[in-house]
Write a protein that binds this ligand. Sequence first.
Ligand code: G6D
Length: 348
Amino acid sequence: MEVKTEVIDVQDQQWKEFTLVNDNGMAVSILNFGGIITKILAPDREGNLENVVIGFDNYTDYLENPGYFGALIGRVAGRIEKAQFEMNGKTYTLPQNEGAHHLHGGEPGFHKSIWTTTPFENNEEVGLTLTLHSKDGENGYPGNLDMNVTYSLTNENAFTITYEGISDHDTVLTTTNHSYFNLSGNLKSDIQDHEISLDSSRFVELDEELIPTGNILDVDGSVYDFREGRPMKDGVTSDFKQNLVANHGYDHYFLFDQDSSENAAVIDHNSGRRLSVVTDQPGVVMYTSNNLPEGLALRERESVRYLGLCLETQASPASIHHEGFPSVWLNKGEKYFTKTTFTFDTID
Ligand code: G6D
């Protein structure tokens, strides 16, 4: 196992790209800019190592990155309605960076910050720690926040993301990673035939602006029921209102039932790749890149809709305005800690 480091010149900046490599040749490449995962090489059933995430060909494009490819997201992943919240009798107003609402921590959120990076290696894993200090009032969020994220890779092809944070003031926080997975290998096909399983019987209803209505819907009898596995394309062809609201696909928060040791799984039967997701988070936003800007120059091809699957493990920003949702509130001095493991395997 090793960590390779490369300096990348991007306009007037010098970024660092770290590549974690395990003994099977699986590799994960990460930028200090945004903690962005630019590439993951994983084996297919024949052992061919191919890239399984969306990434830009020209790294300058990460300066804009309208789809948040591969990026760490925060302070609050998802949408905060009306870009406002009340806390301790005070109203906090955040940048309205998507219509009247606030998306993915604003600009520049975690995804466009330079993180301080330290690679590491031990007998079990190889990895990278990334730290960031977000000042009190940054993008309207209260509290001086210190974040520590760790990416680590083992020889079992398990890639774990650990998030730790602490604030000197009551605040809101729920972080995630916005990688777009595509198990076909080198983006040779889209994700419509990916078979998805989710340990979830409930999901959050959205309005036309993708803002939670406050209702939690049951998946029973709908194309939102992934408990026995389902091809992603069911959400594309569905005329169910929530799939139409998401622009012919999924863009929804699923609450986990915790009935399984595995929270989510994705299989590409053509390549034989299988991705397993295990997290301590109460749910996941599954986004099937319905709104992916088309024609972007990616490493292997131009972008098209449905080219990547986002599994954004997190709590729910709906908890800011509604009862009964997984909380994003963080008390002063309380330790924020969450861990998600993505394990890459193959089927016969
Ligand atoms: C779209 O609605 C989706 C979001 O869920 C996603 O995170 C973003 O694109 C990148 O706005």
